[in-house]
Design a protein around this ligand. Structure first.
Ligand code: SF4
Length: 392
C-alpha cells in the first residue's frame, strides 16, 4: 500500500482517524495566525508528529508551491480554457456553499506551510472577480511561512484593484495577455475586450509597486503566433518579463492537438531575428519558465516548454480547487477532498496528515508521458479537470 493511504478519507466523507499521539487545537483563522513552531498556540510542527515534515512524492519531489483557485468564474471566455459555446449564460458554476470560505483557504494554507510550502499563487477562474479578494490576501500574507504571495489575473479589473492588493500584502503579479493586437486579443478572450483595460491594469500594478510583473502569453499556431515579436518588443526595457507558453491540452474542451503548438524554440528564433536574447540560469531549481536575457541587457523573457520539453521531474506544485480538492497535477482527473473533512470537524493534524499522504502518494508526470506518447503514437485520451476549476 502506498504510504499514507490509511489517512485518506473514504468516498463517503467519513474520517479515517490519524494514528497520531498528539492533539492540537484548531487554529484561530482570523487575526493572529499562529506560526507552526509556536508550540504554545497548539499548532504543532510537522516534525513533532509521526510523519515527515517535508514529504516527498513517489519520485522524490518535495512539496513547495500551492496554487489556489479562488473562483471558478471568469469574465473572459478564452477558447483554450472556457469556450463561450460551452460556458454560456446558462452554465451553472459552483454554488456559493460549495466554495471554500476565506477562513477555510487560510486554514489549509497555514497547515500546508508546515509541510514545506512557502510559495502561494492565487488563480481562478479570474481571481479578481471573487468578492473581497484583498481581504483574503491580507489573511494569507499574515501567515509567517508564506514567503512569496502572488496572483495570476487576466488584468481586466487590475487597474481598480492594484493598490488594494498591494496594501493587503501582495508582492508580485502575473498578467495573462496573449497579444497586443486588438483583433487577435478579442478573438482569444472570447468577449470582444480590447487590450486597453489590461494595459492600464499593468500600468497600475507597476505604479502600485508590484514587482516583478510577468506577462503570460499562450501561443497558438495560426492564432497569435504572428504577434509575439510585437509583444516582446512592447515590454522590452519595461522591467516586465514576457513569458511565452506552449499551447497545452489542459482540460477536455480546448480542441488541442500538436498542430496548434508552436515549439518554444521557434518563439525564441522569431524574437532573435530582431531582439536577440541569450539563455540564463534559473532563479531556483524547478522554475517553470526557461529564462532568456536580451543581449543588450534591456530585459528578460521566458518560455514555458510544457509540451516540447516537459519539466515534470522538478514539479513541486499542488493545487487547491475552488471547492476544496487538493490536486497534484494540472492534468489530473481528480483530487483529495479537504473541504468535506474540514467541515466535518477534522483536526489540524488530520488535515495535515491527509495533505501529506496525498503528496506522498503522488506519481503525476502527465506532460512527460504525453510527450513520450506523442512520439510513439500511443496516445490515450484521459478525462481531466478543466483549467478554470484548477487554475493555470
Ligand atoms: S504535467 Fe503535472 S507533474 Fe508535470 S509539470 Fe505539469 S503539473 Fe507538474
Amino acid at each position: 500500500m502506498p504510504p499514507g493511504n490509511s489517512q485518506r478519507f473514504s468516498a463517503s466523507g467519513e474520517i479515517s482517524r490519524c494514528q497520531l499521539s498528539v492533539r492540537a487545537t484548531k487554529l484561530v483563522h482570523v487575526g493572529y495566525i499562529p506560526h507552526h513552531r509556536d508550540i504554545g498556540t497548539g499548532f504543532l510542527a510537522a516534525s513533532e508528529l509521526n510523519r515527515p515534515s517535508h514529504p516527498v512524492d513517489q519520485y522524490q519531489r518535495p512539496l513547495r508551491d500551492l496554487r489556489i483557485s479562488v473562483t471558478d468564474r471568469c469574465n473572459f471566455r478564452c477558447p483554450y480554457c472556457m469556450p463561450a459555446e460551452i460556458y454560456g449564460e446558462r452554465y451553472e458554476f459552483l454554488p456559493r456553499a460549495d466554495i471554500l470560505t476565506f477562513e477555510e483557504i487560510t486554514r489549509i494554507t497555514s497547515l500546508i506551510t508546515s509541510l514545506g510550502v512557502s510559495k502561494i499563487r492565487l488563480t481562478g477562474g479570474e481571481p479578481l472577480i471573487r468578492a473581497d479578494l484583498p481581504q483574503l490576501i491580507g489573511m494569507l500574507s499574515s501567515i509567517p511561512d508564506v514567503e512569496d504571495l502572488t496572483l495570476t489575473t487576466n488584468g481586466y479589473l487590475l487597474e481598480k484593484f492594484a493598490n488594494q492588493l498591494v496594501e493587503a500584502g501582495l508582492q508580485r503579479i502575473t498578467v495573462s495577455l496573449d497579444s497586443l493586437d486588438d483583433e487577435v486579443f478579442r478573438k482569444m478572450n472570447g468577449r470582444n475586450f480590447d487590450t486597453e483595460p489590461v494595459l492600464k491594469g499593468i500600468a497600475a500594478a507597476e505604479k502600485a509597486g508590484l514587482s516583478p510583473i510577468k506577462i503570460n502569453a499562450v501561443v497558438e499556431k495560426g492564432v497569435n503566433d504572428h504577434t509575439l515579436v510585437e509583444l516582446a518588443r512592447h515590454f522590452k526595457g519595461s522591467g516586465h518579463i514576457v513569458r511565452f507558453i506552449e499551447f497545452m491540452d489542459v482540460g477536455n474542451l480546448n480542441g488541442w492537438n500538436m498542430e496548434k503548438v508552436v515549439p518554444s524554440r521557434e518563439v525564441i528564433d522569431a524574437i532573435s531575428a530582431e531582439l536577440p536574447p541569450e539563455p540564463i540560469e534559473p532563479n531556483y531549481p524547478g522554475e517553470v519558465a526557461r529564462r532568456w536575457r536580451y543581449v543588450d541587457g534591456d530585459g528578460e523573457i521566458g518560455v514555458i516548454t510544457s509540451v516540447t520539453e516537459p519539466f515534470c521531474g522538478d514539479c513541486t506544485r499542488a493545487r487547491l480547487t475552488t471547492d476544496g480538492n487538493l490536486v497534484t497535477c494540472l492534468f489530473a482527473a481528480g483530487g483529495t477532498d479537504l473541504r468535506g473533512p474540514m467541515r466535518a470537524g477534522a483536526s489540524d493534524e488530520e488535515l495535515v496528515g491527509l495533505i501529506s499522504s496525498t503528496w506522498q502518494d503522488r506519481t503525476d508526470r502527465y506532460s512527460a508521458e504525453r510527450t513520450a506518447t506523442l512520439n510513439t503514437g500511443d496516445e490515450r485520451p484521459r478525462k481531466k479537470i478543466e483549467m478554470y476549476q484548477i487554475g493555470g
